[in-house]
Write a protein that binds this ligand. Structure first.
Ligand code: ZN
Length: 502
C-alpha cells in the first residue's frame, strides 16, 4: 500500500510490472487467486489415493449406454460403503458444482472465471469435508465423471491448490480409519446418482457465488481472451491499414490444404499484396507503377479484384520496365462462344469470377508446377471441383476448334489448287511458244488479240465494258423516267440514238 502511494506521488517513476498488471487486469481478476501453498505433510509421506478409472477403457462412442451403466454398477458392487456422486457444471457466464449421497446433498455457485476442472475438484473436496463429519461409517466411494480430475489425483499432483487440499484431507481420513475410493463413472448413461449430481450442479448455476479463491491457472484463459479483445478493439480502429481488410478478425493465419512452402509463400504474398510487380519500384527508386485504364495505383488487390478492365475483354496495362512480370490477359474472353461463356459462368459465378480465376492462374504462371497445382487446388475448393472439370472441357473445345481451323485451311489450299488446274485447262495455249513460229516466217500478229481474248485480262476488260454499259443504260433510264409522261402512247418519245446503240 505504501508502495502504491509512493508511485502515485511520483508519476514519472515507472511502476513495477505487478502494479501495472494488476491495474490492466482489474476487470478480469475479480475473484481472489489461491496463494501457492506447500503441503504440511511432505509429498513422499502422502499416501496416494485409491483411484479406479477402469470403466474409461470402454469408449463411450463405441459402447451402448446400457452396457456402460451395467459395467459401472458391477464395479461399484465390489466397493462396499456409501456412494457419493460429484459433478461440476459450466455455462457461458456461470460455474457451479454439487455432490449428493443418499442422506445429504450440497450445491455451490462458483466464480465465473473458474474452470470446469477446478469446479469438479471443489465438488470432491466438499464431499471429503462431508465425510469427515459422518459418524458410524468408515467406507466411502466418491464417484466423479471427470477423468482428468481423477487422473491428476492418482498422479498426486500437488501444484493445484484444490488437489493438494484433497490429498491432505484424504490422508487425514485414512489416519482416522476412514477409507475413500475414487471411482470414475461415465456421464449421461443413466446412472442415477450421477444424473442427480448433474442436475444439482446445473441448478446451482443460478445460485449466488461462493467466494472461493481460484488457482492462477484458471485465469489463463480469461486473460487471454481479454487481451485478445483489447487487441481486436485496437485493430478495428485501423481501418486505413491495408492489412485490415485481409484479416479483419484476429485469429491464426489459416493455411491452405496440401500446400508446400513455396505455395504458402505465393499465397501469403498475394494476400498481403507484396509482389515484385507492385513493390519492385521501391528497390529501384522509381515511381510507383499504375494501371493506365483505371488511373489508379497498381496493387495486387487492384489487379485481382478492382480493375475495371476485368469487365472488358482485353487489358492493356503499362508496367514500364516490369513488363516481364505483368500479368498477360489474352483476348480469348472476347471471342468465346456462347456455349463456352455459359460453361465459365456456371463454374466461376460470373465474368468477374472468371477473370479472377484466370488472374490467379496467370499470377503464378512463372512460379513452377507446384504453385500452379496449388492454384488449381484452391480454385477446385472454391468451385467444389468444377474448376478442373471446366478446364478439361475448355481444353477439349480448344482442341476441337484448332482441328476445325486446320481442316478449313486444308480445304482452302485444295480449292486454290483446283482453281489453278482449271485455269491451266482453260488456258492451254502456249502463246509464247506460238510466237516463236515467226522465226520460221509465219505471221503471228493475230496472236496478241487471241491471247487477249483467252487471258483473264481480256475477260476483265470485257467485264469492265459491260459494267460501264450497264451504268450508261441506268442513267438513260433515269433520264427517260424523269420526263413528264405524254398524254397517250403514240406520243411517246422514240428511243434516242444512244439507247438504240446500247
Ligand atoms: Zn486497373
Amino acid at each position: 500500500m505504501a508502495n502504491a502511494i509512493f508511485y502515485t506521488s511520483k508519476p514519472s517513476f515507472i511502476r513495477p510490472l505487478l502494479y501495472r498488471t494488476e491495474e490492466a487486469l482489474e476487470s478480469v481478476i475479480t475473484a481472489p487467486i489461491a496463494p501457492f501453498k506447500i503441503s504440511d505433510v511432505p509429498p513422499w509421506k502422502l499416501r496416494p489415493p485409491e483411484v479406479d478409472t477402469s470403466i474409461s477403457k470402454f469408449l463411450k462412442d463405441q459402447h451402448p449406454a446400457l452396457f456402460l451403466k451395467q459395467e459401472f454398477y458391477n464395479l461399484i458392487d465390489k466397493y462396499p460403503g456409501i456412494n457419493i456422486y460429484t459433478d461440476g457444471s459450466k455455462s457461458n457466464n456461470a460455474v457451479a458444482c454439487a455432490f449428493t449421497c443418499s442422506t445429504y446433498q450440497i450445491q455451490f455457485g462458483l466464480p465465473t472465471q473458474m474452470s470446469i476442472y477446478t469446479a469438479e475438484l471443489i465438488a470432491i473436496e466438499q464431499a471429503l469435508i462431508f465425510i469427515e463429519t459422518v459418524k458410524d461409517e468408515d467406507q466411502f466411494n466418491i464417484c466423479s465423471d471427470s477423468l482428468s480430475s481423477l487422473t491428476a489425483l492418482s498422479n498426486c499432483d500437488i501444484t493445484h491448490p484444490y488437489l493438494l487440499s484433497i490429498l491432505t484431507k484424504q490422508n487425514n481420513l485414512v489416519r482416522k480409519g476412514k477409507l475413500v475410493v475414487f471411482i470414475w463413472c461415465p456421464s449421461h448413461v443413466g446412472i442415477l446418482g450421477n444424473e442427480v449430481a448433474d442436475r444439482l450442479a446445473k441448478q446451482a448455476l443460478v445460485m449466488p457465488v461462493t467466494k472461493l479463491p481460484l488457482p492462477h491457472t484458471d485465469y489463463k484463459s480469461p486473460i487471454r481472451s481479454y487481451v485478445k479483445s483489447l487487441w481486436q478493439n485496437e485493430w478495428d480502429e485501423e481501418t486505413d491499414n491495408k492489412l485490415h481488410s485481409i484479416q479483419p478478425v484476429i485469429s491464426e493465419w489459416k493455411q491452405g490444404p496440401q500446400i508446400d512452402r513455396r505455395g504458402e509463400i505465393v499465397l501469403a504474398r498475394a494476400r498481403i499484396g507484396h509482389s515484385h510487380l507492385t513493390h519492385g519500384y521501391l528497390l529501384r527508386r522509381e515511381v510507383a507503377p499504375f494501371c493506365i485504364p483505371c488511373q489508379s495505383l497498381l496493387t495486387v488487390k487492384h489487379i485481382l479484384i478492382d480493375c475495371i478492365d476485368f469487365k472488358m475483354s482485353l487489358t492493356y496495362l503499362q508496367y514500364g520496365p516490369f513488363s516481364s512480370f505483368a500479368p498477360v490477359f489474352d483476348s480469348s474472353a472476347a471471342n468465346l462462344s456462347e456455349e463456352d461463356s455459359r460453361l465459365l459462368n456456371s463454374t466461376y459465378g460470373d465474368e468477374i469470377g472468371i477473370q479472377y480465376a484466370k488472374s490467379l492462374e496467370e499470377y503464378v504462371v512463372d512460379c513452377g508446377e507446384s504453385s500452379l497445382k496449388m492454384v488449381d487446388n484452391l480454385l477446385d475448393i472454391l468451385t467444389s471441383g468444377q474448376h478442373s472439370k471446366c478446364a478439361r472441357i475448355m481444353a477439349e473445345r480448344e482442341k476441337e476448334a484448332k482441328r476445325k481451323q486446320e481442316e478449313e485451311a486444308r480445304k482452302k489450299r485444295e480449292q486454290k489448287e483446283v482453281e489453278r488446274l482449271a485455269n491451266e485447262l482453260k488456258n492451254p495455249i502456249d502463246f509464247d511458244s506460238l510466237r516463236s513460229l515467226s522465226d520460221l516466217g509465219i505471221n503471228t500478229s493475230f496472236l496478241d488479240n487471241l491471247e487477249k481474248q483467252f487471258s483473264t485480262e481480256g475477260v476483265n476488260v470485257k467485264l469492265e465494258e459491260t459494267s460501264s454499259m450497264l451504268a450508261d443504260l441506268k442513267d438513260l433510264q433515269y433520264e427517260r423516267l424523269a420526263q413528264q409522261m405524254p398524254d397517250n402512247v403514240p406520243n411517246l418519245e422514240p428511243p434516242t440514238d444512244k439507247e438504240v446503240e446500247l
